[in-house]
Design a protein around this ligand. Structure first.
Ligand SMILES: [Ca+2]
Ligand SMILES: [Ca+2]
Ligand SMILES: [Ca+2]
Length: 221
């Protein structure tokens, strides 16, 4: 009988130990899962951080390459400009060559004359160019004793009345230039002959004039 009780005690002890071991295992597993979960979160955060860093680095290097390319293009253009030679009698400013006529012609004839020399009637792009043209015309007025310095430029509204376009088809925009239409101009002739071609005098204001009239002209190439 005593032996049976002793065995029952042993079974109880074993059962208690087994429960303790199982509980320990469960805690260990829970701790392990929690630890692995935390580790995964840290790893994921690290990977995201690395990916963002990599993305930023790629973006920064792309930006740098674009800047270098733009700078190289600009420098190449500057070198080409410096190397560019203008024909005899032509004057150079930055990347362009200019010549002012010594005779007078209609706007279309003036343009044809420019084009036969690989140029076109001048397009006003900058105030520096305006000042340059102004001095060219004034100098010519003195040298050739030309009282009237009215000079055709590459601007007309022949395609559509009131819509002024340069000879390269870009629309007129005077906002960045120190030149305006003369007072009351353009007036398209004010009811007499139609005026569809523009001239400068010398380069201080603009006016429209009948294209068939004979004026000086400036070519640019
Ligand atoms: Ca120009
Ligand atoms: Ca007109
Ligand atoms: Ca006019």
């Amino acid at each position: 009988m005593e032996e049976i009780y002793a065995n029952a005690d042993d079974v109880k002890t074993l059962s208690t130990r087994s429960s303790t071991i199982q509980e320990g295992l469960r805690r260990f597993l829970r701790a392990s899962v929690l630890g692995l979960g935390l580790l995964s979160v840290f790893l994921l955060a690290g990977l995201i951080g690395l990916a963002v860093h990599h993305h930023n680095c790629v973006q920064a290097s792309d930006q740098l390459i674009n800047q270098l390319n733009a700078s190289l293009t600009e420098k190449t253009r500057e070198v080409e400009c410096l190397k560019k030679a203008c024909p005899e009698r032509w004057r150079k400013l930055n990347c362009s060559c200019y010549v002012l006529s010594t005779e007078k012609a209609s706007w279309q004839q003036s343009r044809d004359n420019c084009r036969s020399g690989g140029a076109d009637l001048v397009i006003l792009d900058s105030n520096e160019e305006l000042m340059f043209l102004d001095s060219m015309i004034r100098e010519s007025q003195t040298n050739y004793n030309m009282i009237n310095g009215d000079t055709w430029i590459g601007l007309s509204d022949t395609e559509k009345e009131g819509t002024w376009k340069w000879v390269d088809t870009t629309p007129l925009n005077l906002t960045h230039l120190d030149i305006l239409w003369n007072e009351g101009q353009p007036d398209n002739g004010g009811g007499s002959f139609e005026e569809d071609c523009a001239y400068i005098n010398p380069a201080t204001w603009l006016d429209d004039r009948s294209c068939w009239e004979n004026l000086l002209w400036i070519c640019e190439k």
